[in-house]
Write a protein that binds this ligand. Structure first.
Ligand SMILES: NC(=O)c1ccc[n+]([C@@H]2O[C@H](COP(=O)([O-])OP(=O)(O)OC[C@H]3O[C@@H](n4cnc5c(N)ncnc54)[C@H](OP(=O)(O)O)[C@@H]3O)[C@@H](O)[C@H]2O)c1
Length: 299
């Protein structure tokens, strides 16, 4: 889903888009009283230029102050088991989808010499993770694209911000595990298939349940970045991941990063699981307190 915030002279309007508008009920319910007042729902498929153009053309004067690129798809597993079509589909959405959106809104933002483009990237746009090769490549690609573009856009007073979450508990995670469950691993050797199912999937599920953030946490980070007078180019939402992404900068040969990951996955996996359990135990009371505060009406 892509959100475009459109400034009108007296109020702020949000255009929330879906590629498949038959799925809009949940969004309508979440919008509540804002629906069709300050929030409109429109159809937009980031893989279809005509649908993008028709959505943007339907906005008065094509005036978009803030564009949030959120649409994204995942793919996990051994690359030998993935077809080139599947891989290209990931790039089409996660990379070219964002490129299409930016290409469409940039000329108008440049004319007005103002705008803010947010891209929901990932920590995997900074650091590759085993069995996420294509997904990470798509996020690296969009990071490289935006890092190259931002210096030019700043000349036009247009900010670009990459939001880089770690794991987030959304349908995304469910969809990739579901696809992984149905995949045919006969195209790879038995050892690789076992590393994927017995090590990667097990670790990944433990990481999601210990370190995963809620979508609302990410929304708060987005709001924070949107409210800044000089928004940053990069914003990580999960502080636990900052040391991981810093490893490659600490050692330009890449040895520190590859050795650390190798040892964490293949040598010290027991330590990894104990640490994740400890984090889950520490986070649990904080999570319950937040839930309680929300029930009592506190933010
Ligand atoms: N969940 C995580 O752990 C995580 C971590 C880091 C970054 N991210 C990034 O966060 C973003 C949001 O993901 P999420 O976790 O909220 O997953 P999600 O619940 O699966 O949401 C992704 C959304 O993108 C939409 N989408 C997919 N292809 C599209 C297209 N061609 N045109 C328009 N919309 C399309 C999907 O629509 P349908 O419902 O029609 O499929 C879905 O609503 C993604 O960019 C993802 O890469 C997620």
């Amino acid at each position: 889903m892509v959100l475009a915030f459109v400034g009108r002279s007296t109020c702020v309007a949000v255009i929330a888009t879906l590629r498949n508008v038959t799925k809009k009920e949940q969004l309508e319910a979440a919008a509540g009283a804002a629906l069709n007042r300050s929030l409109e729902i429109k159809q937009l498929d980031v893989c279809d230029e005509r649908s993008i153009r028709s959505c943007i053309n339907s906005i008065p004067n094509r005036h978009i102050d803030i564009l949030v690129n959120n649409a994204g798809v995942g793919l996990i597993g051994p690359i030998e088991c993935q077809s080139m079509e599947e891989m290209k589909a990931i790039m089409e959405t996660n990379f070219f989808g964002v490129v299409r959106m930016i290409k469409e809104v940039l000329p108008d933002m440049k004319k007005r010499r103002s705008g803010h483009i947010l891209v929901i990237s990932s920590v995997m746009g900074l650091q590759g993770i085993m069995f996420n090769e294509i997904y990470a490549a798509s996020k690296f690609a969009i990071e490289g694209f935006c890092e190259s573009l931002v210096v030019q856009t700043l000349k036009f007073n247009i900010f670009i911000s990459m939001i880089e979450p770690g794991p987030v508990e959304t349908e995304f995670e469910m969809k990739v595990y579901e696809d992984a469950g149905k995949a045919d691993y006969s195209q790879t050797d038995q050892e690789t298939a076992e590393i994927f199912t017995n090590i990667y999937l097990k670790n990944s599920k433990a990481i999601f349940s210990s370190l995963g953030q809620r979508p609302e946490d990410i929304a708060e980070h987005i709001l924070k970045v949107l409210s800044m007078a000089r928004p940053p180019f990069r914003h990580q939402t999960n502080a636990i991941y900052t040391p991981m992404t810093a490893l490659k900068h600490a050692d330009p040969t890449g040895a520190l990063m590859t050795d650390s990951f190798y040892k964490l996955v293949f040598k010290y996996d027991t330590l990894l699981h104990i640490s994740l359990k400890a984090i889950r135990l520490i986070r649990w009371p904080a999570h319950k307190m937040r839930q309680g505060a929300r029930l009592l009406g506190f933010r």
